[in-house]
Write a protein that binds this ligand. Structure first.
Ligand code: HEC
Ligand code: HEC
Ligand code: HEC
Ligand code: HEC
Ligand code: HEC
Length: 407
């Protein structure tokens, strides 16, 4: 009897230990936050270069497509490799090859060739030095051919015969975007509402990810309509004038783009009691089909309102964050998401007393966009030279002027 008991205890102790070790391992294991799907598992092959092109550099495309080149040069796509935040993050994450397939997707942009994978998840590639590696092309990040070159042809939506290089006609320009702006998060141990950087899934409300989407569904996503505004001009210098798309792709790095996605107002609302005043800030996503902010879970908005007295002392303060919060360890769980879905409005109030010793003088309201989470910035050691956040809305209301004297 006694022996049976000790054996039972031993088994329980071993199970508890195994579970503790399992959890401990979950805290230190390298993490795959996304599934490596076919659309970006391998770099883009440049085995066939379409005649008469010689290099794959944006500089060469510029000889006939100068305006598009000038636009592309101003975008984060052209800095997807040199971007200092990306470089620090890449090193922090152990410089995995998989990161390169979206940030420098052409095989020649990568120092190593990918011969295959050692594991089923395709997170452990078999690498060999790449004799065709081109370090200048690498610096071009998401360069023209990263989007436009497939199997020796240039992808385009016109499919005309006037070009000097072979063309393959696309049904929709969005087909190019979904190659990199979609990742899947479906793994047994991962509980995402939306995949990481879920821009596309936010538009389709979680339905359909790259492979599962039909061409018609991809054409409906609207990416190029909002991110590549139409302009009338020749496609190539000296060619026929027609509707083309500007290569601008503005997003979180552009305050004007973020402002254009939002409608924000502050107004006084009915006082909750005598001797009190109340102001309300409304913020609505009127301009983005996906959530606002979207993209990496780093991106967030901070809405703050403060009431100050005449000497500048803070009497009342309200701060709210619109952010996607994910628990990464021991399991990946989407905890909560206070960002703005398309068309959605959020309301924030501030109330304060008017008859204290320090009469309120000023109400300040501000909405700030953050590219990087400050805690994460410190953890990965990113010593930013450019600001990581900026205001998209600022308002000061003078509380001492009675309403009828304002005009
Ligand atoms: C991030 C992907 C991407 C990159 C990088 C890119 N393009 Fe495009 N490009 C597109 C898409 C998508 C379209 C089709 C837009 C549509 O018609 O819906 C397009 C269209 C074009 C067209 C056809 C005319 C037009 O405006 O519709 C030309 C020419 C062109 N690109 C040249 C270039 C050149 C040159 C570069 C580099 C300087 C470049 N592209 C970089 C995605 C890209
Ligand atoms: C020698 C000149 C020349 C060079 C170099 C050149 N193109 Fe073109 N490209 C053209 C011409 C001409 C057209 C057709 C213009 C028209 O239809 O009005 C064209 C059309 C295109 C289109 C539209 C295709 C369609 O039918 O939808 C794309 C996309 C494109 N080029 C991308 C590129 C890229 C990317 C590069 C660099 C790798 C490049 N081009 C280099 C001359 C050039
Ligand atoms: C080859 C992969 C690839 C393709 C294809 C691609 N992108 Fe991107 N895109 C990226 C990467 C990588 C970044 C981030 C670069 C960085 O910030 O370092 C990015 C950033 C962006 C941004 C953010 C700008 C900002 O300010 O942060 C926008 C908007 C965007 N892409 C839109 C598009 C659209 C629209 C398309 C389709 C026409 C597209 N992209 C196609 C890889 C791609
Ligand atoms: C109705 C217009 C609209 C449509 C459709 C749209 N976007 Fe956007 N997008 C915006 C606006 C406005 C912003 C700036 C505010 C923000 O960051 O959400 C933005 C921002 C972004 C960013 C910036 C994220 C970052 O990290 O800085 C990316 C990436 C992006 N969009 C990709 C896409 C892709 C890919 C599609 C198609 C699947 C798409 N967008 C469709 C309007 C749109
Ligand atoms: C499936 C394509 C893809 C892969 C793989 C990928 N990225 Fe990105 N990355 C993007 C896109 C698209 C954006 C910009 C839009 C967004 O925020 O979603 C981006 C943005 C970023 C940014 C923000 C840059 C900025 O300017 O604010 C960092 C940092 C980054 N990626 C690092 C990495 C690292 C490190 C890896 C490897 C662990 C990686 N990425 C793998 C597509 C990818």
């Amino acid at each position: 009897m006694a022996r049976l008991l000790t054996r039972k205890r031993l088994i329980i102790a071993l199970l508890v230990l195994a579970f503790a070790l399992f959890l401990g391992w979950r805290f230190v294991r390298p993490m795959n936050i996304f599934v490596v799907t076919d659309n970006f598992a391998l770099p883009v092959s440049t085995a066939q270069i379409p005649e008469p092109l010689k290099t794959l550099s944006a500089q060469e495309c510029a000889t006939c497509h100068q305006e598009i080149f000038d636009e592309w040069s101003t975008t984060i796509h052209s800095q997807a490799w040199t971007d200092p935040y990306y470089q620090v993050d890449l090193a922090f994450d152990g410089s995995q090859q998989i990161c390169l397939n979206c940030h420098i997707p052409l095989d020649r942009q990568q120092e190593n060739l990918v011969l295959g994978f050692r594991d089923q998840d395709r997170s452990d590639p078999i690498l060999k030095p790449n004799p065709d590696f081109d370090s200048d092309l690498q610096k071009e990040g998401v360069t023209c051919t990263a989007c436009h070159l497939r199997e020796g042809k240039i992808l385009g939506t016109y499919g005309g015969d006037d070009s000097l290089h072979p063309i393959r006609k696309l049904n929709s320009g969005n087909e190019i975007c979904v190659g990199c702006h979609v990742v899947s998060g479906d793994q047994w141990d991962t509980f995402f509402r939306f995949p990481p950087c879920g821009t596309v899934a936010e538009i389709t409300k979680g339905k359909g990810q790259s492979g599962e989407m039909t061409r018609a569904e991809v054409a409906q996503l609207g990416c190029v309509e909002c991110h590549m505004p139409v302009v009338t001009r020749p496609i190539a210098d000296g060619g026929q004038v027609r509707a083309t798309r500007r290569h601008l792709w503005r997003g979180g790095h552009d305050p004007e783009m973020v402002k254009n996605g939002l409608e924000i107002d502050v107004k006084e609302t009915a006082p909750p009691a005598s001797g009190k005043r109340k102001f309300t800030l409304n913020i609505t996503n009127t301009g983005a089909a996906h959530y606002l902010p979207t993209g990496t879970p780093d991106r967030h908005l901070v809405v703050s309102m403060r009431v100050l007295d005449g000497a500048g002392n803070v009497l009342e303060e309200e701060t709210n964050t619109l952010k996607r919060t994910i628990m990464w360890r021991p399991f990946i769980i989407d905890l909560w998401d206070t960002r703005l879905p398309r068309g959605e409005r959020r309301t924030y109030d501030i109330e304060f007393s008017t008859n204290g010793n320090h009469p309120p003088a000023i109400l300040e309201a501000e909405v700030r966009y953050f590219l990087v989470d400050e805690k994460r910035r410190l953890r990965i050691g990113y010593d930013n030279k450019e600001a990581t956040n900026y205001p998209v809305f600022k308002r000061r209301v003078n509380l001492t002027i009675p309403n009828d004297e304002k005009g």
